[in-house]
Each structure stands twice: as structure tokens, then as C-alpha cells.
Design a protein around this ligand. Structure first.
Ligand code: ADP
Length: 506
């Protein structure tokens, strides 16, 4: 058994480690994927397209020149030539070319090489702040360059470069207000480009960071799984010890909170099992001791009678009878106690008045007190009702008052007082007898505990107070004892909770 345990702990550690690593890998994977998607969906920067379009504008100068030939500017013939030139320009340079006229009431298309717009269509141009230095150098004075984007009716976005040529000889800044426009679809970053960017710029540092991260995580995971697995391993070992009969094991409380709680519970369990074991051993020792004394006595006297050695056979027989009675009493009380402790003894739930009960018990024991010349009296104030088993509670009072009478020398006094106290009823039995030493006070309720063990066949069984306590506690009450020491008398106090609606005990 014990040889298999380390493997169990090892498996646990391995499993913890693997789950940590799996978690880490999945997280890193998700991050990488998210990065990829985010980079891929980004629009590409427009500058390269702007620069390319700017470089292409060279040939437009010529077309502008043709358009500016001083004839009737709107002559169909001239316009047609200009459009032909634009069309060839667009086709040969693989670009969209447009002639736009800027008037007071807006921007209108004159010609579009792609055929999307017809002459006269309005066009909304958005402007970017980009400027091209190369273009500025080659353009004649008074010219203007604009860059920006516009949207087709189809929804596609286009980047454009527009030029309005200046004519040095003209008084007017512009010979006319024609804007020559070259356009290309607005570029998106392609997957390949993303991959390239990712591979070139991001992957190496990411991989390095990943390796460092994984190493660090591995170390951390090993540490964490150790802090969880090690205390569990210790617990498993300790459990094997307990199974093997060694209850005196205490495991150190360490590790995460749950494991610590487990270790604490385990320690409490072993402590309790150990205590129960010790109690059982003590109990067996006590029983055999308490049985042996009367049995030895019975055997001795019986032998004496048989041998004819007894001076007074009748006296010997009386002692035998008393010892046997005591044995009988002990068996009955032990059975009672065992059933009380196991909760097997059913208790009645009568509504009781404790002052009446204690008065009745006092009356019943008045004869005994008289015989012993002890003044026994009772005082009672009206008390709240309690719920309980009248016979069992009477048994408790009989036991306590009998004890008081037993442990008080002739001429003494025993007083029983019943009063309301602490949301319940308290019955105190006070005597001025032999009292109980401080060391014995805490132990008088233990089974078989007797302050003075050697006291002839008349002595008790040492079970009375243990039974009394069980009965009182089964009623939800408590029993206590006070004594200022030997010869100072003793006070036993029983407290019971007052009856409450709906609080009937079964
Ligand atoms: P027993 O049958 O011996 O009386 P109990 O359980 O009733 O057993 O009492 C346990 C022990 O407590 C007694 O043996 C006695 O030493 C002590 N004791 C009980 N009541 C009193 C008392 N009123 N005054 C002094 N000692 C007492």
C-alpha cells in the first residue's frame, strides 16, 4: 500500500503540471491568433499609394495643355480628344483617371476612365493632409496638389491624387478650374503581407518572449504543483498509518487553504479517534477492575462458607448478597448509560414543573435523611415549565440528593432550591458534607470516577453522575458542581431550558 502512494502523488503533480502548461499554451495560442486577426483586418497605410499616384501625374501636364488650347473650351471635338488621351493614359498606366470640374456649386465629374461616373455627376472628395515633395518640385508655379479618398456608389474606397495646373503667363492663378485626378482602390493589408510582417518583425521577439514565459511558467507550475501535491502526499501517508492502527499521527498544516483545511480536519479526526480509543481502553480497564473487586470478595466469602471457616455464615452470605446486588446495579446502570449515550433511550416530552418534581423527590428521600439524622429541606419559587421526561429528571434528582445524603455526616444539612434562572429553571442541591477537592471536581461526572475508591460493599458504582449528566444534556440543559474543597460541602446545580412553543424534543 504505502509503496504505491508516492506514485499517486507523482501522478497528481504531473497532471497539475500538464494542465498548467496546457492552459499556458492555449492562452498564448489565442493571443497569437487575436494578434494575427487584428493585424490582418487593418487598412494598409495610404502613403505608398499616394506616392505612386503622384509619380504618375507627369503625363497629365500634357493633357492639361491640350485641354487648355485657346479655342472654345467646351467644343466637343477638343473634349473628345482630351478624353481619348485620358483613356489611353489610364489604360497604359493601369490607373483610374478622371477630369473633375470645380465650380461654385460643387465638384462635378467631366470624365471618368472607369465609366462609373457619367459627365455631370457630383463627386464628394475627402482630403488628406499628405503632400508630395517630389511632385511639388516638378509642378509649375501656381499649381496645386491634393490627396485624399472618395467612395464609389458601389461602396469601394479609392485613394486619389489630384493636380490643378498653374499657368505662369496667366493673370489668373489657374488657367481654368479643371482638376486632373488619378485614383487607385484603397489597399488592405493582405494575409501574405500580414504573415510577412508577423514573420519578420514580430515572430522572433514573440518566440523569445514565449520561451522565457514558458520557462518561467514551468518553474512556477512546478512550484505550485509541489505545494499542492506535497501536503496531500503527507496526508495520504498519514492516512495509511491511521489505517494501520497508529492514531498518534499529526500532519503539518501547510499548502493552499483547502489542503490546509483538510490537514486540520485530519488532525482533529486522529485526535478524536485517539481520545475515543483511550476512553474505550480506560473504560474496559475500569469495568474489569470494578467487576473484579466484588467478584473476589464473593469468591472469598463463598469459599469460607464452603470450608466451614466462616465464623458467622449469615454475615458472609449477607456480604455476598450485597456484592452481587452491586454487580447487578452496575450492569443495569451501564446498560442505561450506554443507551443514553447512543441516543437510543427514548425520552418522553411532558410539560413539567421542576419545583413540584424536586419537592416530590425530597419527600421520597425524607426517610433516608431522617435515618441519617440529616436536615433535608426544599425551597421553591414558581418557575417556568420545562419540557422533558419526568421519570428521568426525577432519577437525576434522586441521584444528586442521595449523593448529598451519602456524603454528608449525621447532623449535617441538605437544601434543595428550585428557581427561575437564565431563561430556564435551576435546581441546586447544597450540602455541608465532606466536599470535593479541587482536583476531583472536574472528574466526578466521568464514568466510574469515585473520589474514595475503598469503601466496602456499600459504596456506589461511580456511574450515577455520568448518567445524570447524559440525561440533563439530552434535555438541552447542563449540570455543574461547586465545592470549596474537602470538608466544605458541595453544591450540584441542574439547569434546564424553559419550554418554548415548537421546541419539543423527541
Ligand atoms: P457513586 O455511585 O460513587 O456515588 P456518582 O457518579 O454518583 O457515583 O458520584 C461520583 C463521585 O463523586 C462519588 O464517588 C463521590 O466521590 C463524589 N460525589 C458525588 N456527590 C458528592 C457530594 N454531594 N459530596 C461529595 N462528593 C460527592
Amino acid at each position: 500500500m504505502s509503496r504505491r502512494l508516492p506514485r499517486v502523488a507523482f501522478n497528481l503533480r504531473l497532471r497539475l503540471l500538464t494542465s498548467y502548461l496546457l492552459m499556458l499554451t492555449v492562452t498564448l495560442g489565442v493571443i497569437a491568433l487575436a494578434l494575427f486577426v487584428l493585424i490582418g483586418n487593418r487598412a494598409a497605410p495610404p502613403e505608398p499609394t499616394f506616392a505612386r499616384l503622384a509619380a504618375l501625374t507627369q503625363g497629365l501636364n500634357y493633357i492639361d495643355f491640350v485641354a487648355d488650347i485657346p479655342v472654345d473650351r467646351d467644343s466637343p471635338f477638343l473634349q473628345e480628344r482630351v478624353h481619348e488621351l485620358l483613356e489611353v493614359f489610364a489604360r497604359t498606366r493601369n490607373v483610374r483617371a478622371m477630369q473633375i470640374r470645380v465650380t461654385a456649386d460643387g465638384t462635378r465629374v467631366v470624365y471618368d476612365s472607369s465609366g462609373t461616373y457619367s459627365a455631370g455627376d457630383a463627386l464628394q472628395l475627402q482630403r488628406d493632409s499628405y503632400k508630395n515633395r517630389q511632385l511639388a518640385k516638378v509642378l509649375s508655379r501656381g499649381s496645386e496638389q491634393i490627396f485624399g479618398r472618395f467612395r464609389d456608389p458601389g461602396g469601394g474606397e479609392w485613394l486619389y491624387c489630384g493636380v490643378m495646373f498653374g499657368r505662369p503667363g496667366h493673370l489668373d492663378r489657374h488657367a481654368h478650374d479643371d482638376l486632373w485626378l488619378l485614383a487607385e482602390p484603397s489597399p488592405k493589408v493582405s494575409l501574405q503581407e500580414t504573415l510577412a510582417v508577423f514573420g519578420n518583425a514580430l515572430a522572433p521577439p514573440l518566440l523569445q518572449a514565449g520561451v522565457v514565459g514558458i520557462l518561467f511558467a514551468l518553474l512556477l507550475a512546478a512550484l505550485i504543483s509541489r505545494t499542492i501535491a506535497q501536503p496531500l502526499q503527507r496526508l495520504a501517508g498519514a492516512a495509511t498509518d491511521v489505517a494501520g492502527g497508529d492514531y498518534a499521527v499529526i500532519v503539518p498544516v501547510s499548502g493552499p487553504a483547502e489542503v490546509r483545511t483538510l490537514a486540520e480536519s485530519f488532525n482533529r479526526m486522529t485526535t478524536e479517534v485517539l481520545a475515543a480509543n483511550t476512553a474505550q481502553r480506560d473504560f474496559l480497564g475500569n469495568v474489569s477492575h470494578d467487576l473484579k473487586t466484588p467478584l473476589t470478595s464473593i469468591q472469598g466469602y463463598a469459599q469460607a462458607i464452603m470450608d466451614g471457616a466462616a465464623d458467622q455464615p449469615a454475615e458472609a452470605a449477607r456480604i455476598i448478597f450485597e456484592e452481587a446486588s452491586r454487580l447487578n446495579r452496575m450492569v443495569v446502570e451501564l446498560t442505561d448509560l450506554e443507551r443514553l449515550q447512543a441516543g437510543k433511550l427514548s425520552m418522553k416530552s411532558d410539560t413539567l414543573r421542576m419545583e413540584r418534581l424536586s419537592e416530590a423527590v425530597v419527600q421520597r428521600l425524607a426517610v433516608v435523611a431522617e435515618q441519617k439524622d440529616i436536615a433535608l429541606d426544599a425551597s421553591a419559587a414558581p418557575t417556568p415549565a420545562v419540557i422533558g421526561d419526568g421519570d428521568r429528571l426525577a432519577q437525576v434528582l434522586v441521584n444528586l440528593i442521595s449523593n448529598a445524603l451519602k456524603y454528608t455526616p449525621p447532623g449535617g444539612a441538605v437544601h434543595v432550591a428550585t428557581e427561575a434562572a437564565d431563561d430556564g429553571v435551576s435546581v441546586s442541591i447544597r450540602d455541608n458534607g465532606i466536599g470535593i477537592a479541587r482536583d476531583d471536581l472536574a472528574r466526578v461526572f466521568e464514568r466510574f470516577y469515585q473520589v474514595d475508591k475503598a469503601r466496602g460493599p456499600q459504596r456506589g458504582t461511580g456511574l450515577g453522575l455520568a448518567i445524570a449528566r447524559e440525561i440533563v444534556e439530552a434535555h438541552g440543559g447542563r449540570i455543574t458542581v461547586e465545592s470549596r474543597g474537602r470538608g466544605q460541602g458541595a453544591v450540584f446545580r441542574v439547569w434546564l431550558p424553559r419550554a418554548r412553543v415548537g421546541a419539543y424534543r423527541r
